[in-house]
Design a protein around this ligand. Structure first.
Ligand code: UGA
Length: 431
């Protein structure tokens, strides 16, 4: 197919590259000309393993191109995919202004029948607004389709080329065959449904995964008080096929650009129809509190934080990404500073992004994990980058002032810790 993808953020760029990889002609559109220039030069503005190589390969094969010209892209394509951002408004609702703008642009430039797909995460009913916005500006026929995206940062290409399922929400059954043909090489699990259900599947999936995380974090907090080990509890639960082993890793809570935004948005969606989503409200509250357990444990270990030097390992919201949006590290570091501590922070790739949203004179930015630990009273591990797991703990202790570690991601095993000099606090495990 000839496909135009509008928006070159995570979802748009990865989808565009992957659709070209499976044999389509894709043009990715963005109104940011410097971004388009970068992409044309074979560079990728986000950190995503394998994406640059795959993009370059498909550009060279003549299947992938980049432009700022939405009119030409729309007119030359059979299908238009909307993949622009839906950031949170202050009240938690999704901001649909980018979607509206793109829909109106599509309506004003289309010159024949088009299939318009929304991949951005949008509140239930938004696709029908897209239909109205386009209809206001064109008499040409078109169909709207909702195909939510389920990719994760760091494994985005695998998640897109080998998804667990593809969800297709339509209101005109005539387009089903075209859409199934486009996706059938990716998975046998294609769920065809109506548009509102498709929109809801995306929010319900993210809310459920967030619920699993907050659930296991609360179990971890109770484990700490009763002397049980949450990693064994999760293992024992996870073999039950009805529960499953994934997303039961206790830690400092979820962050990133999706779970925090989408859980708040679903609470709003429910609220708008006079339904209080009590369970999800608690999930969000538990998640907000969980990150501060790092601070409570530090205070338990050190008494006061005033004047103490604290090393922080990991700033990204999870490993293998430089994304720091809603990362627990932001709240943790700002609280440390408020309480009078000095911070030495290190992340393999996320320092620049972090400094763009949060910086302070009390923070020293380190070039390695050991440099961040030097002369510290305690070290806090906030992101489970693989390089932290292979740190020699005796050597680590030798550069620190006090051998205290708060491991927010349960990276180290009990034997390793027992043979080290560390006073060690993890999440939901006997120390
Ligand atoms: C998430 C979903 O997993 C994707 O399916 C979805 O497409 C995406 O949001 C989105 O809506 O765009 P992502 O935010 O990239 O993907 O990251 P995840 O790997 O899901 O991790 C989210 C957060 O949960 C991280 O902060 C991670 O540390 C935390 N987490 C995850 C845990 O604390 N424990 C776990 O067991 C799993």
């Amino acid at each position: 197919m000839r496909i135009a993808v509008i928006g070159t953020g995570y979802v748009g760029l990865v989808s565009g590259v992957c659709f070209s990889e499976i044999g389509n002609h894709v043009v990715c559109v963005d109104n940011d000309s410097s971004k388009v220039e970068l992409l044309r030069n074979g560079e990728i503005p986000i950190y995503e393993p394998g994406l640059q190589e795959l993009a370059q390969h498909n550009v060279a094969a003549g299947k992938l191109s980049f432009t700022t010209d939405i009119g030409e892209a729309v007119r030359n394509s059979e299908m238009i995919i909307i993949a622009v951002g839906t950031p949170s408004l202050p009240n938690g609702e999704a901001n649909l202004s980018y979607i509206e703008q793109v829909a109106k642009e599509i309506g004003s430039v289309m010159d024949e029948y088009k299939i318009v797909v929304t991949k951005s995460t949008v509140p239930v009913g938004t696709n029908y607004k897209v239909k109205e916005w386009i209809s206001e500006l064109t008499d040409h026929p078109f169909d709207i389709v909702s195909i939510p995206e389920f990719l994760r940062e760091g494994t985005a290409i695998k998640d897109t080329l080998f998804p667990d399922r593809v969800v297709i929400g339509v209101d005109n059954p005539k387009v089903i065959e075209t859409l199934v043909n486009l996706h059938k090489s990716l998975t046998d699990h294609i769920v065809i449904t109506d548009i509102r259900s498709s929109e809801m599947i995306k929010y319900a999936s993210n809310a459920f995964l967030a619920t699993k995380i907050s659930f296991i974090n609360e179990i971890a907090n109770i484990c700490e008080k009763v002397g049980a080990d949450v990693t064994k509890v999760a293992e024992g639960m996870g073999y039950d096929k009805r529960i499953g082993p994934s997303f039961l890793q206790a830690g400092i809570g979820y962050g990133g650009s999706c779970f925090p935004k989408d859980t708040e948005a679903l609470i709003q969606i429910a609220g708008n129809v006079d339904y209080e989503f009590k369970l999800l409200k608690s999930v969000v509250e538990v998640n907000k509190d969980q990150r501060f357990n790092v601070i409570h444990k530090l205070e338990d270990a050190l008494g006061t934080l005033n004047g103490q030097r604290i090393g922080v390992w990991g700033l990204a919201f999870k490993p293998n990404t430089d994304d720091v949006r809603d990362a627990p590290a932001i709240d943790i570091i700002s609280t440390l500073i408020k309480k009078g501590a000095y911070v030495q922070a290190y992340d393999p790739i996320a320092v620049d992004n972090f400094r763009n949203i949060f910086d302070a004179p009390e923070i020293e930015w380190s070039k390695s994990a050991l440099e961040a630990a030097k002369d510290c009273d305690a070290i806090c591990l906030l992101t489970e980058w693989s390089e932290f797991a292979v740190i020699e703990l005796v050597e680590l202790a030798s550069v620190m002032k006090q051998s205290i570690m708060i491991d927010g991601r349960n990276v180290y095993g009990s034997e390793e810790i027992a043979s080290s000099p560390f006073r060690y606090y993890s999440v939901g495990r006997p120390n």
